[in-house]
Design a binder for this molecule. Structure first.
Ligand code: DON
Length: 591
């Protein structure tokens, strides 16, 4: 078989031989169907522009029974191992989550929060929201200085942290759906922390990048032992984190929220001037929610409702696209215009209407309805862009997360996204307990009209209030094919670009019939309403296409990368897993 890169180049010159080669590739890559397997729609080999950095036709990891795809390979191995021991997909996901907290400290966490969407093979669906909450002492304008400008405290340091939700959320998900004792599920993570793991180049460079953030706080002795990150090939042991994980495995949530670990968090807050108190920790609760169920051209999606904006925005955007009409070819100006215009409109609603449903009335029924999308689709012209300021009268212009997908041998599926927000969160490290705290407070509207770290300009619905969850873009999503069989488990990291990456992976699979690897390797675009422009991945689109979009009135800017996903797709005889080629050190592991 030819090298996949070479295959792409040849395909551009000799279409017919390429189709034959593509068919051969598909046959070689996917085993024969098992008797009784549901039908799998055929995939069409993708064609990417010559300047695009990822080849079409990459091989995903195949597994017959169960698989985990994650931005961190060690964590994926842990999840697969726990399922091999008899755990189900929720056990596998929770094991992966705790392992990420050890081996992927830039985003895996105990001091952050996240979301999990679950679909059990018997058809039950569920979603758990373990997003952080604002401490009780938080106030609406706490990040606005005397000069009326943002003071930067939502981004780094102790005041940036919301009350962590990850431990409560993962334990609750495992209690409700897991099948193994929690001690078994957490054992590999405890081992990774106590015995250590080998530092790879991905961790080394991420720590080097996070130096300014980590260096001012207690984590520097762990991650910069001699003034530099532990060298590639050395062993990183985290005994305090191992002790913390052991006490969670033994005493559950209480250990983290009401006893010694809580004391360490509060002591850290008092030392450095943070707001989180024992009362904040003791009252933290994850929330079970009904996933948003939507359909797109006969496929069914289950995704995350508020306090994340992910599911609502993806649903609105895809409903608009469906109503807009048939799909133009991948990479064409017509397709990008449709995607960007639908996304622009969905983000206008996201940024102005969504917030924590315990605090604001979210018009979820309207935003996710086909009729609403149809009316919006009518406002999209076929040949020109509309400025956001004209579409959104109520808005005035004034990385780090990780996603993992898990499927077990019974067909139970879990999509989870978790984060500290920025790389290593607020930088604050809980001395004595061994983990970083998030800087999730920056996801609130610190000041209407002023962009946050992702350039999002948001409204009152997402204003800071004590005990409130800050709006997220995390979008763990599970897709069923038109017959109701599990097809895709996906989600991404990347702030608001999560929404674009996740929806475009789904659209690449449904509309462009790409394989999983092609759907994830394909160049992406992003439009978040303000700034009023399309961001495109550099080299991913033909110059003539960019010129046509510009002529339509779009402002087009290039970015080096848009988000990073980790997905699983059902194929003949089992599943494929693929970690985003934009990230380093991840992978899919199965059996
Ligand atoms: O919840 C959110 O939308 C953000 N805190 C996610 C941050 C993120 O994805 C950073 N990763 N690269």
């Amino acid at each position: 078989m030819s090298d996949p890169t070479e295959f792409v180049l040849k395909k551009r010159l000799f279409i017919a031989p390429a189709i034959l080669a593509g068919a051969a590739w598909l046959l070689a890559a996917t085993p024969l169907a098992r008797p009784g397997d549901p039908a799998i729609p055929a995939r069409v080999p993708a064609v990417f522009p010559a300047g695009w950095r990822f080849p079409a036709g990459s091989r995903a990891t195949f597994a017959q029974h169960a698989i985990v795809a994650s931005n961190n390979r060690l964590a994926a191995e842990v999840g697969a191992q726990v399922m091999k021991q008899g755990g189900n997909a929720v056990d596998g996901a929770v094991a992966t989550g705790f392992a990420l907290a050890v081996a992927y400290p830039e985003a895996g966490n105990l001091g952050g929060g996240g979301y999990m969407v679950i679909r059990m093979a018997d058809g039950r669906t569920d979603a758990i929201d373990y997003r952080e909450t604002a401490p009780l002492a938080a106030t609406r304008d706490m990040y606005v200085g005397a000069n009326g400008k943002l003071n930067g405290e939502s981004l780094i340091g102790p005041k940036a942290s919301g009350v962590p939700g990850s431990v409560a959320g993962m334990l609750e998900a495992q209690r409700k759906y897991g099948s193994l004792p929690i001690a078994t599920v957490m054992a590999p993570a405890i081992r990774l922390a106590a015995e250590g793991f080998i530092v790879d180049s991905a961790l080394f460079s991420s720590l080097s990048q996070g130096r300014h953030r980590i260096g001012g706080f207690a984590g520097k002795t762990v991650f910069f032992p001699n003034g530099a990150p532990p060298p590639v090939g050395s062993r990183l042991v985290q005994p305090q984190l191992a002790a913390t994980l052991r006490s969670i495995a033994t005493s559950g949530s209480r250990a983290f929220y009401r006893s010694a670990i809580a004391d360490s968090i509060v002591a850290e807050m008092q030392r450095s001037g943070g707001l989180i108190t024992k009362q904040d920790l003791a009252r933290y609760q994850p929330v079970w929610r009904q996933p948003i169920r939507s359909t797109y051209r006969g496929y069914t999606l289950f995704s995350m409702p508020p306090s994340s904006s992910g599911g609502t925005t993806i649903t609105e955007m895809m409903n608009i696209l469906e109503a807009y009409g048939p799909t133009a070819p991948f990479g064409s100006a017509e397709r990008i215009h449709a995607l960007a215009s639908a996304s622009q409109r969905a983000f206008i609603d996201r940024n102005s209407k969504l917030g924590d449903p315990a605090f604001v009335k979210v018009p979820l029924g309207t935003l996710t309805s086909k009729a609403y999308a149809k009316a919006i689709a009518k406002t999209i012209s076929r040949d020109h862009a509309d400025p956001t300021t004209r579409l959104a009268s109520g808005i005035h212009e004034g990385n780090e997360t990780t996603h993992y997908s898990v499927v077990d041998g019974a067909g139970n599926a879990v999509a989870t996204t978790t984060t500290l927000n920025d790389l290593y969160g607020s930088g604050v490290y809980v001395a004595g307990a061994g983990f970083f705290l998030n800087d999730e407070m920056d996801d609130f509207t610190s000041q209407p009209g002023t962009p946050n770290m992702y350039g999002l300009i948001q409204g009152e619905a997402n204003a800071i209030a004590p005990g409130k969850r800050m709006l997220s873009a995390m979008s763990p999503t599970i897709v069923l094919d038109p017959r109701g069989n599990l097809l895709l488990v996906t989600g991404a990291r990347g702030g608001p670009r999560i929404i674009s990456a996740t929806s475009q992976i789904i659209l690449n699979v449904i509309d462009h019939r790409m394989s999983l690897a092609d759907a994830m390797s394909a160049p992406r675009i992003h439009h978040q309403s303000l700034p009023d422009s399309i961001r495109v991945e550099a080299g991913g689109f033909e110059r003539s296409v960019i010129a046509r979009l510009t002529a339509m009135g779009h402002q087009v800017y290039e970015l080096s990368g848009i988000a990073s996903a980790a997905s699983i797709m059902r194929v003949k005889g089992g599943y494929e897993g693929f970690d985003d080629p934009r990230s380093r050190g991840g992978g899919a592991v199965g059996f």
